[in-house]
Design a protein. Structure first.
Length: 486
């Protein structure tokens, strides 16, 4: 193995470790915060904040106009200092425009659309992150390019812990829905000075037309993709909030947070690390295929047992942890958990396509999926079956997206259905066996669900080791050898 390849593997290993640390601290703490807030607050409170976030997200997605992704994807020789300074000032100026639009148009429009007057006040405060986000953009891009995920993890965890503590103080002192609002906003604002300190980079009064055209040309498609994705991800919230109620939206939000959002955080561990790797290796499709299948397999290995827990034990978990008032979350939680199983087959496809330098293709795929698949399914599902119908629509959409993604995976880097299923045979087998025994324990033998959770983790981990022992040992050898590289 060449020294360059070994060095890259070492950076990948380090990146994975620090992203794992970030995810564990971040999500563990965030889960505790959500648990406490859910006990103190009502589903309606979560629903109102969800309504505000939907309106904000449609404008907020335009905030960095894809510049951050462009700075990460570009080769080293293609970037000059002018690119970073231009990106910074473009982001700052643009964010002010976006914030004014959200505050003076988005807030009143949301209040009128949902008939919730409080949204006029919530939206401008929730949007404060819009002003600080582009300031962090260049710093985070620089750290990601250098694969210095340790600093990113420390910054993220520090800001999450601070904002979580603040939200708890507000909740216990009677601020109600505002506890959720400041929990969302404070995280981004607190991270700002930490990013400046971590990189030592300071913006200069430089704005270059050529540099702007260079990064914006790539970023415009990335922004279009984000807009299409955001439309897909939020249209269910929009319709539920409009056609049903704030309480129904709160129920659906909790189910989505526990499944899709949790999955996203876990898969981001490897996704964040591999995106810059795709950029570095974009001329080596054989290596990219290997890395991508590795990503699919081991993300699935981590996510599948969590979905087993939710599918089998969703009801006792919801009622014991969040209370009887959240009982309507159980069925959507189980349906969305099944959808995650299919999601893992296409996880990081968008990042792969973007990393290969095809942002326009990524945009076209996501737009097609949003307009012709997801929106009709969600609308019909909610009209027919309410919140459960929305969850079924998500599941059907994920199945269709597996088929669409596979077509382009084969075309771009030669990944076939056989490759996909072969790389997933171990986690799928372990998942199926664990599901069967867990069902028997809970629904037939009525074993305490705490015991079953422990059983699921032990059985699943044991099956993964038995079925994949040789590869795991080989992986550990590579990890140990990469750690010795200085």
């Amino acid at each position: 193995m060449s020294s360059t390849s070994t060095s890259l593997n070492s950076k990948i290993f380090s990146g994975v470790i620090w992203n794992v640390i970030q995810m564990v601290v971040n999500k563990s703490f965030a889960f505790v915060i959500k648990l406490v807030l859910a006990r103190i607050l009502l589903p309606e409170d979560f629903g109102v904040v969800g309504m505000a976030i939907v309106f904000i997200s449609f404008i907020e997605v335009l905030n960095d106009v894809g510049i951050g992704a462009a700075l990460i994807q570009r080769r080293e020789e293609e970037l000059r200092s002018a690119h970073f300074h231009t990106a910074f000032w473009t982001g700052v100026i643009w964010s002010v425009v976006i914030y004014l639009i959200i505050s003076f148009i988005g807030g009143p429009l949301a209040a009128q659309f949902y008939d919730e007057p409080i949204l006029s006040n919530l939206v401008p405060v929730l949007s404060l992150g819009v002003l600080s986000s582009p300031i962090n953009l260049v710093h985070k891009a620089q750290l990601t390019r250098s694969m210095d995920f340790k600093k990113i993890a420390l910054i993220t965890n520090s800001s999450v812990i601070f904002s979580g503590v603040l939200s708890l103080i507000l909740a216990f002192t009677g601020f109600g829905v505002w506890a959720l609002v400041f929990n969302s906003v404070t995280t981004i604002i607190v991270a700002m000075p930490l990013y400046f300190k971590s990189t030592g980079w300071m913006p200069k009064l430089i704005w270059e037309r050529e540099a702007f055209k260079d990064v914006f040309g790539f970023g415009i498609y990335t922004t279009g993709t984000k807009l299409a994705n955001n439309f897909s991800n939020k249209i269910d919230y929009l319709i539920i909030g409009k056609l049903l109620s704030a309480s129904a939206l709160g129920v659906y939000t909790l189910a989505f947070v526990l499944t899709d959002t949790l999955k996203s955080q876990i898969t981001t561990v490897l996704g964040n690390v591999m995106y810059p790797v795709y950029g570095k290796k974009q001329d080596d499709p054989k290596s990219i295929k290997k890395y991508f299948l590795f990503l699919i397999k081991y993300n699935s290995v981590v996510v599948y047992p969590i979905m087993v827990v939710f599918i089998i034990l969703g009801e006792p978990i919801i009622t014991d942890f969040f209370g009887e008032k959240w009982l309507d979350t159980v069925i959507p939680l189980k349906i969305l958990s099944v959808s995650i199983i299919f999601t893992m087959m296409t996880n990081s496809v968008s990042a792969l396509i973007r990393g290969l330098g095809y942002p326009s293709l990524e945009f076209k795929i996501q737009t097609f999926k949003a307009i012709f698949l997801y929106v009709p399914l969600i609308y019909v599902g909610i009209l027919a079956y309410g919140v459960e119908g929305a969850a079924y629509a998500v599941l059907i959409n994920k199945v269709f997206f597996v088929i669409i993604s596979q077509y382009f995976l084969k075309k771009l880097i030669g990944i076939t259905y056989f490759d996909l299923f072969f790389c997933l045979k171990v986690p799928v087998t372990a998942f199926s066996i664990t599901m069967l025994f867990s069902y028997l324990l809970y629904d037939v033998l009525y074993v305490n669900y705490y015991i079953i959770i422990v059983f699921i983790l032990i059985l699943y981990s044991g099956l993964i080791y038995i079925l994949d022992k040789d590869e795991l040992k080989n992986l550990m050898k590579k990890v140990k050898s990469s750690k010795t590289i200085k």
